[in-house]
Design a protein. Sequence first.
Length: 179
Amino acid sequence: MAYITLISAPPQKPRLSETVKNLWKDWDIERNLRFIKNKPKHPTVKENSPSPFTGITPSLGLLSIASSLRFANHDVEYLQADYLLNIGGENKLIEEIQKSALRSNIIGVTCTTPEFHNAAKILSIAKDMNPEIITIMGGPHASFCPKETLLNSQTDVIILGEGEITTCELADIIEKKKK
């Protein structure tokens, strides 16, 4: 049975251009965003989020892949990177990635384009800890830019489109080679 770790890449902190900063410097944020402060707090909303609309939400795509892998009798671990960052900072996230890299045969991440550099960093940490681990990346960025993804990260396998079947097939192949 293959052991797979799936990680949801944390969002990139927004970077504002000088033009946008100049447009916003006279904008009364307190007055215009008052409705956000009066909104009841939801348990998944991060206090220190770069955006008031950003919450810690599990990746349904990764959870669906995890469910498929479990159904195929593989051990699966799911890490929510932005949650780990929120509770323990970058050191906690790195520690969990390193632990997972030592016990996993495969480590996979999903990302959109703004999250790509964080996803690549996650795979780099895993490869540094365990050079034998197979790294996979999926999600919109990998599907639309597969060549660039392979060239700019330590990704071994790109999953294009839906990953439930492909990830299970990959885990089965690794399991057979392990025996």
